[in-house]
Write a protein that binds this ligand. Structure first.
Ligand code: SF4
Ligand code: F3S
Length: 104
């Protein structure tokens, strides 16, 4: 599976949702997640993210992100249409300590 990681927080560009063939992105207040059981591993979303927040779970230490994506994808509504990024998306891209800004 692919997963959304912390650099999505406070950016939420949403370019990713437009390309997913199985509509498996789910939307929280300030980030998206991927449902790990619905993702077909096609990889097309990864290069679409301007914040480079989408990673394959084959990279090291991704287990916690798979569980995080699973947990919130089961709680949040699906998103299938691109919308405007969050207002500070550019400034927030690459900032440290993004988990402290996460809002469910
Ligand atoms: Fe969707 Fe493919 Fe990205 Fe998985 S890898 S979330 S199926 S676009
Ligand atoms: Fe987040 Fe990147 Fe999608 S910032 S909303 S994973 S395009």
């Amino acid at each position: 599976t692919y997963v959304v990681t912390d650099n999505c927080i406070a950016c939420k560009y949403t370019d990713c949702v437009e390309v997913c063939p199985v509509d498996c992105f789910y939307e929280g207040e300030n980030m998206l997640v991927i449902h790990p059981d619905e993702c077909i591993d096609c990889g097309v979303c990864e290069p679409e993210c301007p914040a480079d927040a989408i990673r394959p779970d084959t990279e090291p230490d991704m287990d916690k992100w798979v569980e995080f994506n699973r947990k919130y994808s089961e709680a949040w509504p699906v998103i299938i249409t691109k919308k405007d990024p969050l207002p500070d998306a550019e400034a927030m891209d690459g900032k440290d300590g993004k988990m402290d800004m996460f809002s469910e």
